[in-house]
Design a protein around this ligand. Structure first.
Ligand code: NAD
Length: 246
């Protein structure tokens, strides 16, 4: 049985991904800052603050000791902070880079030797459309996600000869707690009902006017883990309601 580690796996995209991997026959471990709000059957939970490099290293040591290496790593943990760059707090900037860029590097480095030894591995980085294009007031997030796509390409080149693939998924807006908070904030700021915020603000650049579901993203992770994707590597997979088509 192959083992998957999903970061940020108690909520939103991470939780759906962890559950889909479990339902597809993988052993699943989730690492998250927060405990799950409801039970996650047959999924192992490890508390970890991925902003902290020692905690990342400790997580890797724990999973490598408990399991015969990790076969699938889904770097998903992340958060948003919306603020004009001239007021952007340095500490928040650094935490965002730590969680969304340095942690994926440390975890990839940590799972690499076992993947290499087995001649098989899947690294899946949950980036964003904001890894491909920018929007206002999200400078640190956009920087980290663009960097994550670069790291995905670098990992793909180094992993090729060892059967390790690395891909990024670039979702548009997905209905998760992260986006629920943005909808509520914008609704207050703009004095608009939430359905207008979704249609006119969040999905302004989208061809398909509906929010994605976490299950939409989980299905792409399952595809990238399947034999059909053995030769798919170094790619950024947009699933973005047509946002980046223009
Ligand atoms: P979410 O808030 O529902 O889940 C994020 C998870 O990451 C939470 O469980 C949180 O506890 C965890 N996390 C945050 N900081 C952490 C830390 N320091 N250490 C460990 N865990 C930490 O958000 P989501 O929407 O499911 O987002 C998941 C990923 O998808 C993120 O990387 C996000 O940038 C990306 N993404 C989301 C959307 C969207 O529209 N929701 C779009 C594109 C990309």
């Amino acid at each position: 049985m192959k083992t998957a580690l999903v970061t940020g796996g108690v909520s939103g995209i991470g939780r759906s991904t962890a559950e889909a991997l479990r339902d597809n026959g993988y052993r699943v471990i989730v690492a998250d800052l927060n405990e799950p709000a409801s039970p996650m059957d047959e999924i192992q939970f490890i508390q970890a603050d991925l902003a902290n490099t020692d905690a990342c290293q400790h997580l890797i040591n724990t999973v490598n000791e408990q399991h015969n290496g990790i076969d699938i790593l889904v770097n998903n943990a992340g958060f948003q902070h919306v603020c004009p760059l001239e007021d952007f707090p340095l500490e928040t900037w650094q935490t965002m880079q730590s969680v969304m860029l340095t942690a994926p590097f440390l975890l990839t480095r940590g799972v690499w030797p076992a993947m290499k030894a087995k001649g098989w591995g899947r690294i899946i980085n949950i980036a964003s459309i904001h890894g491909l294009v920018a929007s206002l007031f999200k400078s640190s997030y956009i920087t980290a996600k663009h960097g994550l796509i670069g790291f995905t390409k670098a990992s793909a080149l180094e992993g090729g000869e060892f059967g390790i693939t690395a891909n990024a998924i670039c979702p548009g807006y997905v209905r998760t707690p992260l986006v629920e908070r943005q909808i509520a904030d914008q609704s207050r700021l703009l004095n608009l009902p939430e359905d207008r915020v979704i249609a006119d603000v969040l999905l302004k650049n989208a061809a398909v006017k509906r929010l994605l579901t976490p299950e939409d993203i989980a299905a792409m992770v399952i595809y990238l883990c399947s034999p059909a994707a053995d030769c798919v590597t170094g790619s950024s997979w947009s699933i973005d309601q047509g946002w980046t088509a223009q």
